[in-house]
Every structure is written in C-alpha cells, then in structure tokens.
Design a protein around this ligand. Structure first.
Ligand code: NAD
Length: 434
C-alpha cells in the first residue's frame, strides 16, 4: 500500500519504518529540513533500540523515503497519517496548529480518494476539525480516521510490530477496509483491531494515559504513606498486585512520571473535561501528586546531607526513563535545577541522554563518560533513571568514593538492608529503612 506519514519524530519515524517493514511503500515527510537531511544520511533524531537498522534496511530496499516536500508526500499516499507534535498550550489544551496545518495541506493535494488518519494524540473532536480543514481546501473525496498510538519509548518497535491492540475510529467503510488491510500483519498473533466511532477512539488514548499516570501517582502516594508508617512499598505492591483485579503492571513508585506524553496528556484531558462542564478533580489530583513527587529526591538528599550548598552530587540517569534519550519533563530536570539553585555541584551520567542534557545545562553540570566517573569527589549519589547499567554496581567501590555515603535511589533499584549493612545512608521511595 502507498502510505504517507507526516511528522518524522518519535511516532512518525517508528510508524513509517514499521509500516515499510511489512512491504508498504512509505514516504515520511517533515518540515524540519535538518531532520530530513540527517534521515536521508542515515542519522536518526532519536535513540530508540532497533530503530536504526530497521530504517536502514527499509531505505536500502526502497520502501522508505524521507522528504520535506509535503504536497508530493501527500499525493503519494492512499493513507495519510498525521503524526506531528501536539504540544501543550498555555492553558494545558493540546495545540492543534500543526495537525490542522497538515490537514489543510492534505485538502490542497487531494488528487484521489485518501484516508486521513490522526495518529498524533489529539482531543476528542479533532477528527471533525481535520475533516473540516481538508474539506475547506479542496473538493476531492476522502475519509477521516483516528488511530491513536500506544507505543512506549524504549520499546517502540516491539509495541508497533506486536501491539496489544490497534484502536481505529472511523465512520467510513472504505477507510475501515484499507486500515484493516494495513494493520493485519501486526495482529496475526491474535491482538484485536478495535474499530469504533471516532470520538471513542480519541477518548481511548487519553483514558489510557490517564489510567497509567493514575497508577503511578497512586503508588507514589502509597509509598509516602509507607515511609511515614514504617511499611515497605515492595511488600504492599506485591500484596495488591497479586489481586487479579489490580494486576502487577505499572505499580512502581518513583521520582514522578515525565516524558512527552503523560504530563501533557493529563493536562489536556483536564482542559477537555473543563471545556464540557465537568469537574475533573481526579485527573487534577493525579497531576498535582506528580508535581509534588518531582521534589521528593531533592528533599531526601537535603534530609540526608543537611545543607546541600557546597556539596557535590552525582546523578545517574537523565532520560525520563530507561531506553530513550528523551529528556522531556524528566524528573532529572527539577532535581538538577534544585541542586544547582541550592549551591551544589552536579556530576551526571546517562548512557544516551547527555547530548540533550548538555543543551539544557551546558557547563553548569559536569557530564562524564562512565557511571563511576560521576562519583569522583561526590558526597552523594542520586539514581534517577532505571538504566540496566546502574542495576548491579560495585557497592564497595561506590562506598569508598562517596564522601558522605549518601545514596538516594529514585527507582528502588537496590536493597535497603544490604546498603545499610555496607554503611550507606540510603533512601529509596517508600522502602522501609533497614
Ligand atoms: P516529535 O516532536 O518527536 O515529532 C513531531 C514531528 O512533527 C517533528 O519532527 C516536527 O518537525 C514535525 N512537524 C511538526 N509540524 C509539522 C508540519 N506542519 N509539517 C510537517 N512536519 C511537522 O513528537 P512525537 O513524540 O513523535 O509525538 C507526535 C504525536 O504523537 C504527539 O501528539 C504525541 O502526543 C503523540 N504520541 C507520542 C508518543 C511518544 O512516546 N513520543 C506516543 C504516543 C503518541
């Protein structure tokens, strides 16, 4: 099938490469000329496991092309995916400017019947705005569909190639037929393609992200309670997760959720709910708990170090989660800013996100090539991201290097009892002090 993907960022690039992998003829367009030039030269704008060889293989085979020529790209596709960014506006609403710009461009280049699919995360009602924007520019035939993307950064290829489900909102049988054919190679092992009305598909994406964010904020609050009453959140997590109505997934407390999706999508959901006259108090609480959680690591460092001014703190992990170089809304940002503001020196390591971090702090933070280099001259270590490389460090070496033996473990990677026996002053999130 001839497929166009507009917006070659995280979602567009992954979708384009995965759609090419099953034999489709895919053109990915983006208005960022540098990004497109780099992609044509085999340089990817993001780190995502497995993506580089996937892109290279499909470019080599002639099934995947990159271009800044938006009109040409639109004319290429029978299905046109819109995968541009939807950043938060000042009031928390999703900014639809890019989505609607693309929709108008589709309208101007409607040379035959096309299915125009919103893959960007967009509030309910957007597909109708897309329909109006396309129609406002041209007289050709088209259908609209909503196809929210559920990929996880760090496991994006697997999520696209073997999705738990594909959600497709459409009211047009031709669109349904084309999209069923396009997605059938990815659901051969039995995952469902869920066809539904367009508003339900649009709401599904926000409901899914809000549910996941809720579980995180819920566990962060349970962790705080555990700390105050002398319980251990690991035991509590197992105790509730083994209830089949609750399940074990997504019950890990941490330094607060970040990334390009949960924070902005929960805010956008609050905005949508308010717009239709609802009181979205639960969604607002999820976001408020998360905001508070982002200062928890700094508070623990302060408690263990006393005055932070003049100390040196090593930070392991800058990306908002392991497996990505994405620093958008990473909990490392407020932590490092608070440390710098309080007069601490910060030495940081991350396997993939240091280029992005240099853009944020320049030489105000010392970036080091190996995890243990960050500990040189440090009083304390804060572990922000759960990269595998941090999981089984040489604790004796760590103990020797850290002047004040303070270890704040934002991901609960280590066993409090063992660390106490080794002489660390250790704080996890919701773990019972040894
Ligand atoms: P991104 O910022 O990585 O990529 C967006 C791309 O769109 C950029 O390359 C930008 O240059 C391009 N673009 C913007 N306006 C354009 C225009 N008018 N014409 C052509 N190109 C244009 O964003 P992303 O992370 O890929 O997210 C895209 C959408 O998918 C968002 O709505 C996001 O919420 C949603 N989403 C993201 C994820 C994720 O994990 N990143 C997961 C699911 C859904």
């Amino acid at each position: 099938m001839r497929v166009t993907v507009i917006g070659s960022g995280y979602v567009g690039l992954v979708a384009g490469a995965c759609l090419a992998e099953t034999g489709n003829d895919v053109v990915c367009a983006d208005h960022d000329a540098t990004k497109v030039r780099n992609l044509c030269d085999g340089i990817l704008p993001i780190y995502e496991p497995g993506l580089e060889p996937l892109v290279a293989r499909n470019v080599e085979a002639g099934r995947l092309q990159f271009t800044t020529d938006l009109p040409g790209a639109i004319r290429h596709g029978d299905v046109v995916f819109i995968a541009v960014g939807t950043p938060p506006g000042e009031d928390g609403s999703a900014d639809l400017q890019h989505v609607l710009d693309v929709a108008r461009a589709v309208g101007r280049n409607l040379d035959r019947f096309k299915v125009v699919v919103t893959k960007s995360t967009v509030p309910v009602g957007t597909a109708e705005k897309v329909r109006a924007a396309v129609r406002g520019e041209g007289a050709g035939e088209f259908a609209v569909a909503s196809n929210p993307e559920f990929l996880k950064e760090g496991a994006a290829i697997d999520d696209f190639m073997k999705p738990d489900r594909v959600v497709l909102g459409t009211d047009d049988p031709r669109a349904e037929e084309l999209l069923r054919e396009l997605y059938s190679p990815y659901v051969r092992s039995g995952s469902p393609i869920l066809f539904m009305d367009i508003p339900s598909a649009e709401v599904t994406k926000y409901a899914a992200n809000a549910m996941l964010a809720t579980r995180i904020s819920f566990m962060n609050q349970v962790a705080e309670l555990c700390e105050r009453v002398g319980a251990d959140v690991f035991a509590v997590r197992k105790g509730i997760g083994s209830d089949s109505r609750i399940g074990n997934a997504f019950l890990f407390p941490g330094p607060g959720y970040g990334g390009s999706c949960f924070p902005k999508d929960v805010k956008a959901l609050v905005h949508t709910a308010r717009t239709v006259g609802m009181v979205p108090d639960l969604f607002e609480a999820v976001e408020a708990v998360n905001q508070r959680q982002k200062s928890v690591m700094f508070d623990k460092l302060k408690r263990l170090l006393g005055d932070v001014a003049g100390t040196t703190v090593a930070v392991w992990g800058l990306a908002f989660k392991a497996g990505t170089d994405d620093m958008r809304e990473s909990p490392a940002i407020p932590l490092i800013n608070a440390l710098l503001d309080a007069g601490a020196t910060v030495r940081a390591h991350d396997p993939e996100a240091m280029d992005a971090a240099r853009g944020l702090w320049g030489d105000r933070v010392t970036f080091v090539a190996q995890p243990f280099d960050a500990l040189e001259g440090a009083d304390a270590l804060a572990v922000v991201t759960e990269w595998l490389v941090y999981r089984t460090p040489d604790f004796e070496r760590m103990h020797t290097m850290l002047a004040r033996k303070v270890l704040v473990d934002g991901r609960n990677l280590y066993e409090p009892g063992r660390l106490a026996r080794l002489g660390f002053r250790y704080a996890g999130i919701g773990r019972r002090a040894a």
